[in-house]
Design a protein around this ligand. Structure first.
Ligand SMILES: NC(=O)c1ccc[n+]([C@@H]2O[C@H](COP(=O)([O-])OP(=O)(O)OC[C@H]3O[C@@H](n4cnc5c(N)ncnc54)[C@H](OP(=O)(O)O)[C@@H]3O)[C@@H](O)[C@H]2O)c1
Length: 297
């Protein structure tokens, strides 16, 4: 497995952002031997994944951290081989709380440093420890911290540590704990990560990707699964993919996409399925002034 090396997108201050990573959303932490997250991460590392997409709000960073620690202890990987992403959650947009959120993630991941630290969403929820603060009216309680202010707050952390200038925008938060890199999704040369690459649909009436005849036909021709064709389609557009799976077979399958290529005709055929619809719309924040998906059809 994973005979081929996963390509990386150059990112200053890192060894590059691997174009295939493991998503860890929806697998909430379980204790004991039946720890899906820990087992999934260990399986992924064994299969050649070197990128892990985490977030404070997924509430499983400590399991990710345990798996990483085990694999480092067993000599399977070194910390510097891995690319660990995590995200500032919506309830920590108050610039005064940014550092605390960052340290919470780092303390759970126990991985020394974070390679990529993202603003999870541009809209803020009420400051505090409740991840989804809800009012009596059943609606989320928002904050109006401006995301530009959030960005500036994150930049202050850069100022705290100061990396040598030739390492670009990466930073040391604390000399002991290591390095943090702040980077905007979709920045400059087009760093893009596709989350939910395999989610089927937002509603019952939406098309099911695994039922699409065009995809079925291409998958049969390539002797690959439909999931692999979808991931390969994104990869060929220079988009980082972070599929989530807790199933060992599917974890292997999702990285086994480097030994085939889609032709221009096949790429065009897949493009023809584009309905212009966004499936992930975070409806809880729809009335927030910084809600980013106004273009949703
Ligand atoms: N920044 C953000 O706000 C944001 C939002 C959403 C997601 N994300 C990130 O993106 C990652 C991916 O999104 P996601 O987890 O929602 O969706 P996803 O990876 O597109 O889909 C996950 C679903 O597909 C199944 N699956 C995985 N591989 C498969 C395969 N080869 N064949 C068939 N089914 C397969 C999984 O089931 P099994 O586990 O049973 O295999 C799971 O039900 C997240 O885990 C998270 O890290 C970020």
């Amino acid at each position: 497995m994973a005979a081929r090396k996963v390509p990386v997108i150059p990112l200053p201050g890192t060894n590059g952002y691997p174009m295939i990573g493991l998503g860890t959303f929806t697998i909430f932490e379980r204790r004991g031997s039946n720890d899906e997250v820990k087992e999934a991460v260990k399986c992924a590392i064994d299969c050649g994944y070197r990128s892990l997409d985490c977030a404070l709000v997924y509430q499983n960073e400590s399991s990710v951290g345990q798996a990483v620690a085990d694999k480092i202890r067993d000599g399977v990987v070194k910390r510097e081989d891995l690319f660990i992403t995590t995200k500032l959650w919506d309830t920590h947009h108050n610039p005064a709380n940014i550092r605390e959120n960052c340290m919470k993630s780092l303390n759970s991941l126990k991985c020394g440093y974070i390679d990529l630290y993202l603003i999870h969403w541009p809209f803020g929820f009420e400051d505090g420890d409740e991840y989804f603060p809800m009012g009596d009216d059943g609606k989320a309680r928002f904050s109006d911290h401006d995301y530009v202010g959030v960005w500036k707050g994150m930049e202050k952390l850069v100022d705290e540590g100061l990396q040598p200038t030739d390492r670009g925008p990466s930073l040391l938060l604390e000399q002991k704990t290591g390095r943090f890199l702040y980077c905007q999704r979709n920045h400059g040369d087009g760093l893009r990560a596709a989350w939910e690459p395999e989610q089927n649909r937002a509603g019952d009436k939406d098309p099911v990707v695994f039922d699409e005849p065009i995809l079925k036909e291409i998958a049969e021709r390539k002797k690959k699964s439909i999931a692999q064709v979808c991931l390969r389609f994104l990869l060929q557009r220079n988009i980082v993919v972070i599929p989530k799976s807790v199933n060992p077979q599917r974890i292997k399958e999702n990285i086994d996409i480097l030994d085939f290529e889609l032709s221009d005709e096949e790429m065009k055929a897949i493009w023809s399925l584009d309905s212009g619809k966004r499936f992930y719309i975070e409806p809880i924040a729809k009335t927030h002034k910084y809600y980013p998906f106004e273009d949703v059809k």
